[in-house]
Design a protein around this ligand. Structure first.
Ligand code: BTN
Length: 252
């Protein structure tokens, strides 16, 4: 079997604790070389989020894991993996728990106005080919009150939203299967339909937002996605801005 043909989760390394599963994988050449490897930790002491944020860990009540992908895609298409990973999580929550998640560019998953899942995608180039680490943090059991006070208003957990304890092992298996399905579709050239599904789950078109610029935050309106998964924003002056990175704020 070639490395790329190995399924996601063909090998799963389970740890009681890691500083950050993403860091661990990125710093271990033998892990990074292993397409489909998954490293999951019950607790992270230094979990990392996007744009330099920390990721708060609730030991044993979250799914916190990183998976390795060697996508046979040109480098400019690798940002798509980020959107596709979020879409796969959203679809899994719909299928398994009958929830109605909302995606926020590029890959946060919300339930109502509160975030339930964050994804950190990092990459190293090896011989001209990308080795990608997709780090997923999903708040499963416990309640918003279990998080540090400054996060309690903005985060939620699946148990809090459904009123039931979550079977984390079953959900983990479903998440890996969902990532595999979405990855296969991307490689099979179904980029357009994946982006359409992403936009629908984000209720994207026409959404009012604030986006960062070197001159400070600016108001705008989401127009859609480019083929590479960048966000098209209509500026207050009516121009079209292509947004590549940086956090957004929905204002409606
Ligand atoms: C974000 O919301 O900004 C992204 C959060 C990503 C958290 C996950 S948990 C597993 C993996 N290891 C990390 O250190 N971060 C990611």
């Amino acid at each position: 079997m070639t490395s790329a043909a190995r399924p996601i989760g063909h090998q799963i390394i389970r740890l009681p604790e890691a500083v950050s599963t993403n860091t661990l994988v990125l710093e271990s050449p033998e892990y990074l070389e292993n397409h489909g490897l998954v490293v999951i930790a019950e607790h992270q002491t230094g979990g990392r989020g996007r744009v330099g944020r920390d990721w708060a860990s609730l030991p044993g009540r979250q799914l916190q894991f990183s998976l390795v992908l060697h996508p046979p895609l040109p480098r400019e298409q690798t940002p798509l993996l980020s959107l596709v990973a979020g879409l796969a999580v959203g679809k899994c929550l719909t299928r398994e728990l009958a929830l109605r998640p909302l995606l926020k560019w590029p890959n946060d998953v919300f339930l109502g106005a509160r975030k339930v899942c964050g994804i950190l995608l990092e990459m190293k180039m090896q011989g001209g080919a990308p080795q990608v680490v997709v780090g997923i943090g999903l708040n499963c059991n416990g309640a918003p009150e279990d998080f540090p006070p400054d996060l309690q208003e903005s985060l939620t957990t699946l148990a809090h939203e459904t009123g039931r304890a979550v079977n984390m092992q079953a959900l983990f298996a479903a998440l890996l299967a969902g990532q595999q399905e979405a990855y296969d579709r991307l490689l099979a050239g179904q980029q357009t339909s994946l982006l359409e599904e992403w936009s629908a789950m984000a209720a994207l078109e026409g959404r009012a937002l604030i986006y960062p610029t070197p001159e400070g935050p600016r108001p705008g309106k989401a127009l859609g996605l480019t083929e590479e998964g960048h966000l098209l924003i209509e500026t207050a002056a009516g121009a079209t801005h292509v947004h590549h990175s940086g956090d957004l704020e929905w204002t409606e």
